[in-house]
Design a binder for this molecule. Structure first.
Ligand code: MF3
Ligand code: CO
Ligand code: CO
Length: 249
């Protein structure tokens, strides 16, 4: 069942989303060679509390930190630690803010200093895929139109699309129906978007292989061939003739 949110609920999600957007912008300024991923967690945790919100990730199924910091070949759920970021790395920050019981989920991949041209292109194209997917969104379309638009960018550039990781509905819960794969699929053909649905859309592309596995910490998911991965995510609300991004511009 895909829930339709009331105006009031969407307002609360938009507030959570605004805080998430501000935080991702702040992190642009502090991600530099030499910083530890734990420093990013400390900064984020303080920021979230200062804004009167909580991290929905902290404690989620036992997750130990307030944000996810996935470095290079790590796709998602990288745990902040004493790891020091170095020139040429990329780091994906993925966070979910809870404001009065309503959630907004957003992610961005950052460069650490200068990165290679091919990885920089991966970042540009993954972000482009997010907006290409969003561009399809409006009441009455099949969800699969969004999935296909995202996948088309990966196909164009020969990127890998990990099948195990998808976008999702969001609201009172971090993960609600429907699943939103980053590739064309039959399930999404049967789902028609309606005004008031709130969705987290999140392409994740790897430079080469699409196969992923779970690392020993039992959280971090990384590519098996160790190729780098980019991840961009927005929480949106479906409207009559389009969508509104709740986590930024
Ligand atoms: N933010 C992730 C998503 O996009 C979920 C992270 S759950 C955590 O769905 F427990 F790993 F934080
Ligand atoms: Co997320
Ligand atoms: Co998400």
């Amino acid at each position: 069942m895909i829930s339709i949110k009331t105006e009031k609920e969407i307002e609360l999600m938009a507030h959570a989303g605004e805080v998430a957007y501000q935080l991702l912008n702040e992190l642009e300024n502090i991600i530099k060679p030499g910083i530890k991923t734990q420093d990013l967690d400390d900064f984020s945790d303080k920021f979230i509390r200062m804004k009167g919100c909580t991290s929905a990730e902290l404690g989620y199924e036992g997750y130990p930190k307030s944000i996810c910091t996935s470095v290079n070949e790590e796709v998602v759920h990288g745990i902040p630690s004493s790891r020091v970021l170095k020139e040429g790395d990329i780091v994906s920050i993925d966070l979910v803010i809870n404001y009065k019981g309503y959630m907004a989920d957003t992610a961005r991949t950052y460069k650490v200093g200068n990165i290679s041209k091919e990885v920089n292109d991966l970042l540009i194209h993954t972000k482009e895929a997010l907006y290409k997917g969003l561009n399809e969104v409006k009441e009455g379309i099949k969800l699969n139109e969004v999935c296909k638009a995202i996948e088309s960018v990966a196909i164009e550039h020969g990127y890998g699309v990990p099948k195990e990781l998808t976008g999702h509905g969001i609201g009172k819960e971090m993960h609600e129906d429907p699943y939103i794969p980053n590739y064309s699929n039959e399930e999404s053909e049967k789902i028609i978007l309606k005004e008031g649905m709130t969705l987290a859309i999140e392409p994740m592309f790897s430079l080469k292989g699409r196969k992923v596995w779970l690392l020993e910490d039992e959280w971090t998911i990384a590519t098996q061939d160790e190729s780098p991965v980019a991840h961009f995510e927005h929480t949106i609300v479906v409207t009559k003739d389009g969508y509104k991004i709740l986590t930024g511009e």
